[in-house]
Write a protein that binds this ligand. Sequence first.
Ligand code: HXC
Length: 257
Amino acid sequence: MAYETILVETKGKVGLITLNRPQALNALNGQLIGEVNTALDGFEKDAGIGCIVITGSEKAFAAGADIKEMQSRTFPETYLDDKFEPWDRIGQRRKPIIAAVAGFALGGGCELAMMCDFIIAADNAKFGQPEINLGVIPGAGGTQRLTKAVGKAKAMDLCLTGRLMSAQEAEHSGLVARIVPLADLMSETLKAAEAIASKSLPSVLMAKEAVNRAFEVTLNEGLRFERRIFSSLFATADQKEGMAAFAEKRKPDFKNA
Ligand code: HXC
């Protein structure tokens, strides 16, 4: 597959997608979102891949959906032509996805980062939902995922004023898992991705599913779900291997089985 708006690489068991429209600060047009999905389809099918990383450039993870592509759209076009379906598919992946964010993650860029399972931010990262400055609102989950991540007060502040939030503020408010110096962003993110990819994939997929379930159901339903899938992992050879390796003081050799 020849990609025009992203770069796609495999680094050991990690699949790396780099958004690559530098002339537009990685503004997310339809082609780019389509190419991200094609790359994700490939990584999801590839049994050798255990974790995926999405990143941008040092200046911009992504400065939002492509405003120039959207500006002349009418209501019926926007509503009837389901442009959001490919965005939704990014948020519904089974394998873990880390967003490595440097520079601007604004509007759809912030929403794309929040569709990933967690965000590692460079110290120059800036997050925001500035759609209000354009006469619209976030449209790819910003009002929902940001509110769940940082709470009502800060989500309202960001969505209503359109102001940007520093990496430090984003970490303090729970949007970002860790901050690293810009120069270390990729090495630290790949280290985290490799660590995840070295685990037993069934347990990784189930951990992701169980954490995500916390956003959908009541506590008791979530606890029941967790208990059932915790128990199911005892049907895997990797559970036997993981616990035997601990007892024998050696590294586990997981087979994803
Ligand atoms: C299209 C964009 C863009 C965007 C930047 N560019 N952001 N093009 N869509 N979202 C283009 C600029 O037009 C410019 O192209 C080039 O990238 C460099 O940008 P500058 O503005 O010159 O850079 P700078 O002065 O450094 O300012 C950076 C910035 C600013 C603060 C990030 O670009 C900015 O405010 N961008 C828009 C941010 C935004 O509103 N995002 C939300 C979009 S709506 P030229 O050709 O002039 O050099 C959205 C809705 C999501 O995301 C809904 C889901 C579908």
